[in-house]
Design a binder for this molecule. Structure first.
Ligand code: ZN
Length: 151
């Protein structure tokens, strides 16, 4: 992960080692599975959505450090947010990790993934949990593959 600065590496390694909000969510009313065939990352995102608010969010899965840390930081960032806020954060995160924007000022800890923008394979790792989250919100039943996503 030499493409990430040291502080960013530290955050990612910490979240990979001790993922937050990890495990199934019994009260979930939305969930979806995601798969990134380029790296082999798998993730399931569970949501409890009540009156347009993400009351709880958890995930489980097996993958590389980037995919696990991304899912972990995503759950931390989105708990308690409204659906509209979630969509806005995803759009901001997506534009930063794909290199369309370099402004990370409103992303908080999610900014640690900015360094992946020059590595298309790693972009898929970083966005897998988010695409899966979107599928869960859209109520899609099939497994989302990053190969079907544009990036
Ligand atoms: Zn990966």
């Amino acid at each position: 992960m030499s493409y990430l600065n040291e502080l960013y590496q530290e955050v990612i390694l910490d979240h990979n080692k001790r993922p937050r909000n990890f495990g199934e969510l019994e009260q979930a009313n939305r969930h979806a599975d995601g798969y990134n065939p380029l790296c082999g990352d798998r993730v399931t995102v569970f949501l409890k959505v009540q009156a347009d608010v993400v009351e709880d969010i958890r995930f489980k899965g097996v993958g590389c450090a980037i995919s696990t840390a991304s899912a972990s930081l995503m759950t931390e960032a989105l708990k308690g947010k409204t659906i509209a806020e979630v969509v806005a954060v995803f759009a901001r995160f997506h534009s930063v990790v794909t290199g369309r924007s370099t402004d990370t000022s409103d992303l908080g800890k999610l900014a640690v993934f900015q360094g992946v923008s020059e590595y298309p394979v790693r972009v898929k790792c970083a966005t897998l949990a988010w695409h899966t989250l979107q599928a869960a919100l859209d109520g899609k039943a099939d497994t989302v593959s990053t190969e079907q996503a544009t990036d």
